[in-house]
Design a protein around this ligand. Structure first.
Ligand SMILES: O=P(O)(O)O[C@H]1O[C@H](CO)[C@@H](O)[C@H]1O
Length: 211
């Protein structure tokens, strides 16, 4: 923290295709993950591997330009380590973005889905970054998932989409996480759709669970 004057309340994890958002921050201080003790390294194409502090529309933010996935070989503790760092920095709002596969009939490639709830398949099978002794300073032993996706922020997102004239490509939905790195088979995609899943991707949900 001695190397930046920024004290962010908002953290944004930029998934595939959104890394350039971090480049738009004003008064930037940026750090390569390789220079931050304890951070894993990005190995996925298009994930630059930088932590960028700065101002976005007047709000102090920190952006992860590239995230970590379990399929890269990181432990779940490692993939979610940055979120714990954000909490210690004073961040109270986490915006997680990710490239996902759409399953809902009304979602076209390129559309935006705001997550209203999730199905954590690896978590249901016991793969969870909170496994092990609980550190109460980060949260309770048995965190509820019912309020994971803040209703107020979701409403703001939908309202802003209207103002920008992109409401027609944005909707709320249920998101499922699977392990990857292979994408879903056709039968798996059909099954997920029948279960009420609107979009599916590979592992980013662990960040929401740890915050
Ligand atoms: O937006 P990111 O985090 O890269 O995630 C999605 O994009 C990659 C595959 O295209 C997978 O990692 C998937 O989960």
């Amino acid at each position: 923290m001695s190397q930046t004057k920024h004290r962010p309340q908002v953290a944004i994890i930029c998934g595939s295709g959104l890394g350039m958002l971090a480049d738009t921050l004003k008064c930037q201080d940026s750090f390569a993950y390789s220079d931050i003790p304890g951070f894993p390294q990005s190995t996925v194409q298009g994930h630059a591997g930088r932590l960028v502090f700065g101002e976005l529309k007047g709000k102090t933010c920190v952006c992860m330009q590239g995230r970590f996935h379990m399929y890269e070989g990181h432990s779940l503790c490692k993939t979610t380590f940055p979120v714990r760092v954000f909490k210690l920095l004073g961040v109270d709002t986490l915006i997680v973005t990710n490239a996902a596969g759409s399953l809902a009939d009304g979602l076209q490639p390129g559309d935006i889905m705001v997550i209203k709830d999730h199905v954590n398949f690896p978590g249901m099978g016991g793969l969870n970054p909170l496994t092990g002794p609980n550190d109460d300073k980060f949260g309770p032993r048995f965190p509820a998932m019912s309020g994971c996706y803040d209703k107020g922020l979701r409403c703001v997102a939908m309202e802003v989409a209207k103002q920008l004239g992109v409401a027609n490509i944005m909707q709320e939905g249920v998101y499922a996480m699977v392990g990857g790195p292979n994408f879903e088979s056709i039968a798996e995609a059909r099954l997920l759709h029948r279960l009420g899943v609107d979009a599916v991707a590979l592992f980013p949900l662990m960040d929401e669970i740890i915050i």
